[in-house]
Design a protein around this ligand. Structure first.
Ligand code: ZN
Length: 300
């Protein structure tokens, strides 16, 4: 027998936690509220990345997902996000530790060397990442939030090499969801915020370092930056957001304005916002990151 518990019927804190007998059983209110605490400012996060060695200090995750301290890399789904919507599962994704990268690679996948492996990190934000999400052909479509999947953030190289490895930070995904919300609040239709470039392995990033190109310490290497545009049609290109009959920098500025408003409302998600004009290779786009300090550049 199962009892349907809604979010409105929150049990007192002393109540016994009743675990659902089966995956189909209704989740307890306490489990729902624990899961809710993981969903970020946007309430739309659907994944948490963790180095299994750190789970001991995270009782909420242990309560929800059990003891995964010795677990290998993988995706652990909890379907109890919402009793009404079983498809909205939350995922605890256990990573490969950073030390699994040997001579710049894990297995056949080339990652390269992070800035802090080559010189003293300029701030804590530039320290080496804790670990890597292992991406396989079968887990790449795992949602990390309501509108983004793991594969959206992969480096665009080594197409035939599996598994691939990804660094991704939850606050970036949270901020991108909030930017989508903010654009809609501004009256702009958004069916998709396309990630043109998310994580860039150091070895990939290094290929474009130079005047007018990528910077050596690019936040893309730390999994907290994304170059994005709104893609409302079938064509993989920025949409005409201000309906002035042309796709140009003015459309990108609207995304930057939305990101600016998100930062004002959520100062803990502060970071970089850069506006890029179109070239023959790409349309206009906006760089958004959560580096922890304010940075602005480009055609703002
Ligand atoms: Zn960028």
């Amino acid at each position: 027998m199962s009892v349907v518990v809604t979010m409105a019927a929150v049990r007192p804190a002393t109540a016994t936690v009743v675990r659902p007998a089966t995956a189909a059983a209704a989740p307890s209110a306490s489990r729902l509220s624990l899961l809710d605490s993981l969903r970020g400012r946007s309430r739309k996060l659907r994944a948490r990345f963790i180095n299994p060695s750190r789970l001991a200090g995270l009782p909420v995750l242990r309560e929800l997902f059990g003891d995964l301290t010795g677990a290998g890399p993988g995706v652990h789904a909890e379907s109890a996000v919402s009793a009404a919507d079983a498809s909205s599962a939350f995922h605890l994704i256990t990573m490969r530790p950073f030390t699994d990268k040997v001579r710049g690679r894990i297995g056949a996948y080339r990652i390269g060397f992070f800035p802090a492996e080559q010189r003293v990190a300029r701030t804590a934000a530039y320290a080496n990442p804790e670990g890597f999400v292992e991406i396989t052909a079968s887990n790449q479509d795992t949602p990390v939030s309501d509108h983004f999947r793991l594969r959206d953030f992969l480096t665009h190289d080594q197409g035939d090499v599996w598994p691939k490895y990804l660094v991704l930070r939850e606050p970036l995904v949270d901020k991108l969801e909030l930017v989508m919300d903010e654009l809609r609040t501004m009256g702009i239709a958004v069916s998709r915020l396309r990630v043109m470039s998310g994580f860039r392995t150091p070895q990939y990033n290094a290929q474009g370092v130079g005047p007018g190109g990528r910077v050596q310490d690019s936040r893309h290497q730390f999994g907290d930056a994304a170059d994005v545009y709104v893609m409302n049609g079938a064509r993989d290109w920025m949409s005409d957001l201000d309906h002035d009959g042309r796709v140009d920098t003015r459309d990108a500025r609207l995304i930057a304005a939305a990101a600016e408003r998100v930062e004002r409302e959520h100062p803990d998600l502060v970071g970089g916002i850069g506006v890029y004009t179109a070239t023959s290779a790409h349309g206009p786009f906006v760089h958004i990151d959560v580096r922890g300090t304010r940075a602005r550049w480009g055609a703002l």
